[in-house]
Unconditional design. Structure first.
Length: 372
């Protein structure tokens, strides 16, 4: 099984590991032990890569594919055979969209008992693959991914993957759970250094990762009260607090993430990032520390000043937008401006009713016992 150290291997070592993985993991396919896989692709109006992505997923051994379209009226034309499309519910956000697909998959009738033309099997998949619509899966990764999942140790609940930018360079594939210490350290040394400093708090970004279906349901899936941002942070905080384990595939099997450009410079969405930080802090005070929000405010202010001094005004404005959203949410926590914006976010109560799974009580500390 690939190990985190594989991210730092030389080209020759990496090639040797790649050949070893291909030989060893091919035995999983020959032995017929590939696991069932439900891939959920979340879209808001699609992307130029969407049909290719759906085709790559549908071509994987043992993979069911669900496309969740959050944009009302979004049209994709013909999709590959076997892809189940969920649309018409409005912009429920990323995590709630994944929940919706899982919820409907669990409720799906046995093959042949559903509506004409719908032979999608129901039941809990061995693995759930969470995928953004602007991800591209290279052919080698497409072929190896089911085998990697089949070979994952039984105590591994989540597999993260290396993410590359469109030009093939390093992309953002990992982050570290926020605490007073990690946020202060990130402000001074950067996120990559924080990930190295706190490997036990490392988690995959939401654009692409795999989680066991049983683990996803055990912790209640995504919390649909998060509309956008922090939904995967909350998910992995609960997973680690419950004693879950995250492992990482070698970067010989990456995916490409080409999106984020439009959302990254939208003022309303960046303010939503700040509002989500307040929601996260209120739900995880025992692990972030009660003083985390002031530290995060200082972190954002320092970032804005630093970018302005360097003349990087778009980045400085972005940090200011996030800070403004955080302050807005701290003063008016029940306000939901995104529901009245051009993004037409579905209100929280409706999201919970539509896509809520049973979320168990939150443990008090990462991997530790729950305090009463």
């Amino acid at each position: 099984m690939p190990v985190p150290g594989g991210y730092r291997e030389s080209g020759r070592q990496n090639a040797g590991r790649r050949n070893h993985d291909e030989e060893r993991l091919a035995r999983a396919q020959e032995g017929g032990i590939l696991h069932s896989l439900l891939a959920v692709v979340v879209s808001y109006g699609g992307s130029p890569h969407l049909n290719g992505l759906l085709g790559a997923l549908a071509g994987m051994a043992g993979c069911r594919v669900a496309l969740v379209e959050n944009k009302l009226g979004g049209q994709h034309g013909a999709v590959p055979d076997g892809v189940r499309v969920h649309a018409g519910h409005g912009n429920i956000g990323y995590g709630a969209a994944v929940n919706l697909a899982v919820k409907r998959s669990l409720a799906a009738p046995p093959p042949g008992d559903g509506p004409p033309g719908d032979d999608s099997p129901g039941g809990v998949p061995d693995w759930l693959l969470v995928v953004n619509s602007d991800v591209t899966i290279p052919p080698d990764t497409q072929e190896m991914l089911p085998k990697l999942l089949a070979q994952a140790p039984a105590d591994v609940d989540v597999l993260g993957f290396a993410i590359r930018a469109n030009d093939g360079g390093p992309g953002r594939s990992t982050a570290v759970l926020p605490t007073i210490g990690t946020s202060a350290f990130t402000a001074l040394r950067g996120e990559a250094a924080a990930v190295v400093r706190w490997p036990a708090l490392r988690y995959p970004v939401g654009a692409f990762f795999a989680i066991r279906g049983s683990a996803f349901l055990r912790i209640g899936g995504f919390d649909p009260s998060f509309w956008l941002y922090y939904e995967e942070t909350d998910l992995f905080a609960r997973l680690l607090a419950a004693g879950g384990r995250i492992d990482w595939c070698d970067d010989a099997w990456p995916v490409l993430h080409t999106g984020g450009g439009t959302a990254g410079w939208d003022a309303e969405l960046q303010r939503e990032l700040g509002r989500a930080a307040v929601a996260y802090a209120s739900r995880h005070r025992e692990t972030t520390g009660r003083g985390w929000l002031p530290v995060h405010v200082a972190q954002l202010a320092l970032l804005a000043v630093r970018k302005a001094v360097l003349g990087r005004w778009p980045d400085a404005r972005r940090a200011t937008w996030i800070l403004a959203g955080l302050l807005q949410a701290a003063v008016l926590p029940r306000r939901e401006p995104a529901s009245r914006s051009r993004w037409h976010a579905v209100p929280t109560r409706t999201r919970i009713a539509l896509a809520g799974l049973d979320i168990p009580p939150r443990p008090a500390a990462f991997g530790g016992p729950r305090r009463e």
